[in-house]
Design a protein around this ligand. Sequence first.
Ligand code: G
Ligand code: G
Ligand code: MN
Length: 453
Amino acid sequence: MTQNISDLSGDAEFQLRLRQVVLAAQHTVKQVGLLLIGFDCPDHSLADLTRMPNFSDSVWTRLRNTLRDSDTVIRRENGEIAVLLPSVNGSDDVILVAKKVLGSLQEPLLIEGLKLDVRPRIGIALFPEHTSSATTLMQRADSALNSARRSKTDYTLYSHGDNDAQRSPLSMGQLRQAIVADQLFLLYQPKINLKTQSISGLEVLTRWQHPDLGLISPDEFIPVAERTGLIIPLTLWVLQQSLLQCRTWGERGIDVSVAVNLSMWNLDAQELPDQIKGLLQNIGVTPDKLELEMTESAIMGDPQRAIRTLSLIRDLGVKLAIDDFGTGYSSLAYLKKLPVTSMKIDKSFILNMERDKDNSIIVRSIIELGHNLGLKIVAEGVETHEAQDMLRQLDCDEAQGFYYSRPIPVDAMTEFLKTPPVKLTAQLTEENIMSTPAHGPMQRNGILTNPKL
Ligand code: G
Ligand code: G
Ligand code: MN
């Protein structure tokens, strides 16, 4: 089948072409390869440029010179570019093409007189290796592209383990709308000081109340926010709302700090320290009331840059925590250099530590390591009294988990922080907490009074 490179401009036409080549391949031992190319822009203020026609055109020209005439190229509305390889022997062939594509995009692209420094990421899926249906091939490539973006690798082959949530139909437009239309809201989950039994702070967790799809978890919308650049305004909104709430609590005599999650992209943004400083000043909250949490992988994406950004934030007096510790590919050399104040042990080690000896050994080692580095250690995913007791014995400083409270809305948290004790139970799900906002708190004046603690 020889045909000139088709510059198909609509997804519908692309699907048609896809069906053609899939039909043709079905009767041969050959496969169909799909490359989905996305562009990450280290300078987020320029990210919108990668969605402009000029940008697609430049990429287009580079690809035309690289690919075969029989390959189909399409510019997608979101600025991504899809390449269809109608007849390949297997993934090795497609990876070879992916490398050629990456090579052709190495020189910076000139857009509107600007040298645009972009990092192409490629998601790869094959028919019939990864799916037996033409219609889901694009979704597979999309999943693979998400993995490539998350792991900051140049290209990734679809793997059956890839999360379905990564194929979510959520769009940038919807998320942008959610931020302006107040569809996002915050939940709060307490951290407990294991020595004084008081609440040492609250983690802030964002939720999206979608008008049609209902409640959406951050596991679904944060990746969308990250790959569209919307994570920057989203995080600023979360910071602003959390600090406003912290101030309101302070005015009511409730002295509590808030911890906001950052993503890798936030650490790439050089203006973040100044923005945080501005928010603290304008809202009138002291820096010690704010903590920021980020995972090891968020830091290790570009450790030098992350250390620079984090140091500036730490200099403001804001506290910093490494989140989900133990799950990333941490480098002990960097760990020592990070200006962080605490370390949160990932819940996967805590959830079954009573039964799993390996996990309890890991937890013990992490606590020792963290303490040797002068860090405060927080255990996440504490669901039982036994886990709490073990952590106390291991000299862990703080704990967070369903044993104390699930993440709950602001009204419930306010009650929780100020009224008499009735322990929140793990049976309360987030959903029924939403419909029954006020319930029983377990502490007064910051001191837990439940005898089980
Ligand atoms: O609350 P839940 O367990 O569903 O959170 C799932 C994941 O989403 C966690 O890893 C949490 O850190 C992350 N998350 C929740 N809220 C935010 C947020 O506002 N910003 C970022 N970057 N991540 C968040
Ligand atoms: O990645 P991060 O640590 O930010 O994720 C925090 C999320 O972990 C919370 O929003 C909550 O949904 C989840 N979580 C908190 N405590 C527990 C717990 O005790 N058990 C389980 N399974 N999940 C928890
Ligand atoms: Mn966290």
